[in-house]
Design a protein around this ligand. Structure first.
Ligand code: SAH
Ligand code: SF4
Length: 382
């Protein structure tokens, strides 16, 4: 672990108590803490100068101790009413991405009111699932809490800027600063549970009323199956939701596409899920990407159905999103439908996702990979 990872100096890595302690120790009044947090999470500023109601001496002191920067937007794709993808540059130049998804597609052509942000937790991924763009270049580093939190804050700012621009075009008054993101899913780049302490710290900030104010029930953590951390998560006080990237209902299939299964085979994963469900009394989700000729054999619906019923879990079927440079394909729509129906007939709660954002590389790691490839191509040319 690098020193930067161990100790981020960015102020958005701090819990309220830590900030308050620092302020009081440095001789500032306690009430300044809430003022500062208001600037960080309600006004979402990225400069100390913007904090008009704070004395200059405090702004100077705090700016000497902490950084305040947010991930910088490099590129965005998609429109506000549909899936939208943000590519961010971090302070060391690393690229990560977040995806904004309207939770209820807009009715009658109107904009959706609920928004979900899909968040990254690492640069790259060490788990090397064969179908996934995030792991293609290996693992680079963990994100610090502020880099995780910063994706939400920066995305809120971006949504706000887009809405304000839209309003201005229509001759309106401009948008208020209210929060726009209702749900978070940790399904971006990286394995969230492999970055456990920083993830939990970020979650405590995102979950808090003084922070991003997003309820734990509206936060889903997705994992490829890290058994010890699933159990640890079950023991955390907030009621975060859990999604398992299953993608195979037998060890044979899972071993072929997800190296993590060799370490934590299905029996152990199932037992960890049972522990989570027992502790939480909450339904978990089993994510199942449909990949042609790999895991879409209809016979597999028997073991998948049995597992889902045993765990009383919901199954999300996701047609595979093509990744440049990988051979994998999604099955035909007819095949997807048959797979879905075979599970439905067993009494499984199952959904078949019409992939949003297929056209804008919305699957995890894809936009970053393209951006890095084009940067490398540019470097090679210059
Ligand atoms: N590492 C965590 C979270 C990030 S991946 C995990 O694996 O759960 C988020 C989800 O996207 C996972 O379910 C992953 O399997 C899926 N995914 C990866 N590549 C995909 C692709 N090309 N098409 C569709 N889903 C994909
Ligand atoms: Fe990593 Fe998840 Fe992609 Fe597997 S699916 S390589 S664990 S990001």
């Amino acid at each position: 672990m690098t020193t930067k990872e161990a100790q981020s100096r960015n102020i958005r890595s701090l819990h309220r108590d830590e900030l308050e302690d620092w302020l009081v120790t440095a001789g500032h009044p306690r009430y300044r803490c809430d003022q500062l947090l208001g600037w960080l999470y309600n006004r979402r500023v990225s400069s100390w100068d913007a904090m008009g109601n704070l004395p200059k001496a405090l702004r100077e002191a705090v700016s000497q101790e902490f950084e305040i920067g947010l991930p910088e937007l490099v590129r965005q794709q998609g429109s506000l009413d549909t899936t939208k993808k943000y590519l961010w540059r971090l302070s060391d130049g690393a690229l990560i991405e977040s995806v904004l998804i309207p939770a209820n597609p807009g009715q009658l052509g109107g904009a959706s009111d609920r928004k979900t942000l899909c968040v990254s937790t690492q640069v790259g991924c060490a788990y090397g699932c064969k179908f996934c763009a995030s792991g293609l270049d290996g693992w680079k580093r963990n994100l610090s809490p502020d880099e995780i939190v910063g994706q939400i804050v920066a995305a809120e700012n971006q949504i706000h800027a887009d809405l304000a621009e839209d309003e201005a075009r229509k001759g309106g008054e401009g948008e208020e600063l209210r929060r726009r993101i209702d749900n978070l899913v940790f399904m971006g780049m990286g394995e969230p549970l492999a970055n456990y302490p920083r993830l939990i710290k970020a979650l405590s900030i995102l979950n808090a009323e003084w922070g991003a104010g997003i309820g734990a029930r509206r936060i889903t953590i997705s994992t490829s199956g890290l058994v010890p951390q699933i159990k640890q998560l079950a023991d955390e006080p907030p009621q975060f939701r859990l999604a398992i990237s299953l993608h195979g209902s037998t060890d044979e299939v899972r071993d072929k596409i997800m190296p993590v299964n060799k370490r934590y085979p299905l029996a152990e994963l199932t037992e960890a899920c049972e522990y989570f469900i027992e502790k939480r009394g909450k339904m978990i989700t089993l994510e199942y990407i449909l990949i042609a000729g790999v895991n879409d054999d209809l016979e597999l619906t028997e073991s998948l159905g049995a597992l889902a019923l045993r765990l009383r879990a919901k199954v999300n079927l996701i047609p595979y999103n093509k990744v440049d440079g990988l051979e994998w394909q999604r099955p035909s729509e007819a095949k997807q439908e048959l797979f879905y129906r075979a599970l439905f007939r067993q009494g499984v709660t199952v959904t078949l996702r019409r992939e949003k954002g297929h056209d804008i590389d919305a699957a995890c790691g894809q936009l970053r990979l393209k951006a890095e490839k084009s940067t490398r191509a540019n470097e090679a040319l210059s």
